[in-house]
Design a protein around this ligand. Structure first.
Ligand SMILES: Cc1cc2nc3c(=O)[nH]c(=O)nc-3n(C[C@H](O)[C@H](O)[C@H](O)COP(=O)(O)OP(=O)(O)OC[C@H]3O[C@@H](n4cnc5c(N)ncnc54)[C@H](O)[C@@H]3O)c2cc1C
Length: 380
């Protein structure tokens, strides 16, 4: 569908991502799911194509693109049908490394961004804890002053790329006397730093080729320049990227929904029952057509919200609406598409079986539907 939001450059980018998905992701995705990881070479391949540095400055090898580019990257990755692959990439490009771009010093940017853009350095963002998910302010990990550096203690939960990341951006409490969202700071933590370990790799319902980990910090000594952004202002630093993070999660949901509907239409047109195809049954084709219409409505809100962000406007209301709508809709779409695949929809060799599992987290991660609706209600 033509769109007023995208120019020729965006269109070329979309075609490039789609080609990569068709030629690289679709043929190999099943193997990555079985292995529980995405090979680093694949990420480096994306780096060579310029797909990992779209939100980073040209001076560091990036292409300094906008939120519309992030939305289309996430939508096209979503269409691959491998949610775990999309999560691996998008956490790196749009959820973790942008914190460095927003808050990093020149020295930090020079040190890390070129490797991030090439895919040599994989990033993760560690905010959630076992007792602090939706309510970020409940975090208990601390970083205390220790000479000219910091001593990091605590643990993080559900961290995407946690096992394989070379650089983890960690949120920790730096001023225990301040309560709630105050007194939190962000730190750059390198893999291999003594005291930093992966507690366990978490086995999951879906996103199986994405690694998700519990991270443990035991007296991890961080140098002074590991601080990212302003001291005790970490919550506000985290918030700077919230809208972009939610936008790409919603874009994944729109892409996954589109792919599931296309697969279901193909299946329903070929599957015969009661003397005709499933598609010949009005009850089926109308339910699919209604879902297709609702996905298209979500897609237009996605593009509008991305455009608002790209033009520097406040978009908290629109992005929250979008994340709530798309996260719920993708689950409805998957349920119905699986239903119309009949018994085959329950069998692992059918893509929809995996897509149902992958979609489930999209109404929870990066801001659960209820949390998003509170953001909308505050502005109603
Ligand atoms: C596969 C996966 C990958 C993840 N990756 C990362 C990552 O890379 N980095 C990171 O920091 N975190 C990550 N997370 C954590 C994720 O962001 C949290 O799971 C999410 O924010 C919800 O937090 P919680 O799990 O603690 O749920 P809780 O906060 O305990 O909430 C549980 C449920 O209660 C409901 N709820 C919560 N608040 C409200 C409210 N105010 N009103 C009404 N209902 C409410 C919602 O339905 C919610 O799902 C990941 C999680 C998963 C599952």
């Amino acid at each position: 569908m033509k769109s007023i939001y995208f120019g020729e450059e965006h269109q070329m980018l979309r075609e490039q991502v789609r080609r990569f998905v068709n030629e690289v992701v679709r043929p190999q995705g099943e193997a990555w799911e079985a292995a529980g990881r995405v090979p680093r070479e694949v990420l480096k391949q994306m780096g060579e194509l310029g797909l990992l540095g779209m939100r980073h400055p040209e001076a560091y090898g990036g292409t300094d693109n906008d939120a519309l580019a992030s939305a289309l990257l996430a939508e096209e990755l979503g269409r691959s049908s491998f949610g775990g692959f999309s999560a691996t990439v998008l956490v790196h490009t749009d959820m973790a490394s942008p914190h460095l771009r927003h808050s990093g010093t020149k020295a930090q940017l020079e040190r890390w961004l070129p490797g991030i853009v090439r895919g040599d350095v994989l990033t993760a963002i560690a905010v959630s804890e076992a007792d602090a998910g939706s309510d970020v302010a409940g975090m208990r990990t601390t970083a205390r002053r220790d000479g000219d550096g910091w001593l990091l203690n605590g643990s993080k939960m559900f961290i995407t790329n946690g096992v394989t990341a070379d650089l983890v951006i960690v949120a920790a409490r730096t001023d225990p006397s301040q309560k709630g969202s105050r007194g939190i700071s962000m730190f750059l933590l390198e893999r291999g730093t003594p005291g930093f370990s992966v507690g366990r790799k978490l086995e999951k319902f879906g996103w199986r080729c994405s690694d998700t980990a519990e991270l443990v910090f035991e007296n991890v000594r961080l140098p002074e320049d590991a601080l990212l952004g302003k001291l005790n202002r970490g919550f506000y630093e985290i918030m700077k990227n919230f809208q972009n993070e939610r936008l790409v999660l919603a874009a994944m949901a729109v892409g996954e929904s589109t792919e599931a509907i296309e697969q279901t239409v193909r299946y329903a047109k070929s599957r015969k029952a009661f003397g005709a195809t499933l598609w010949d049954k009005q009850a089926i084709r109308q339910r699919v057509a209604l879902l297709e219409s609702r996905v298209e409505a979500a897609r237009q809100l996605l593009y509008h919200a991305a455009w608002l962000l790209s033009s520097g406007s406040d978009a908290v209301r629109e992005v929250s609406m979008l994340k709530a709508v798309a996260g719920e809709l993708v689950n409805e779409v998957m349920y119905t598409c699986q239903q119309f695949h009949g018994g085959m929809g329950y069998i692992q060799e059918t893509a929809i079986e995996r897509m149902v599992r992958d979609a489930r987290v999209l109404s929870v991660g990066g801001g659960a539907t209820e949390v998003m609706l509170e953001e909308v209600a505050k502005r109603s």
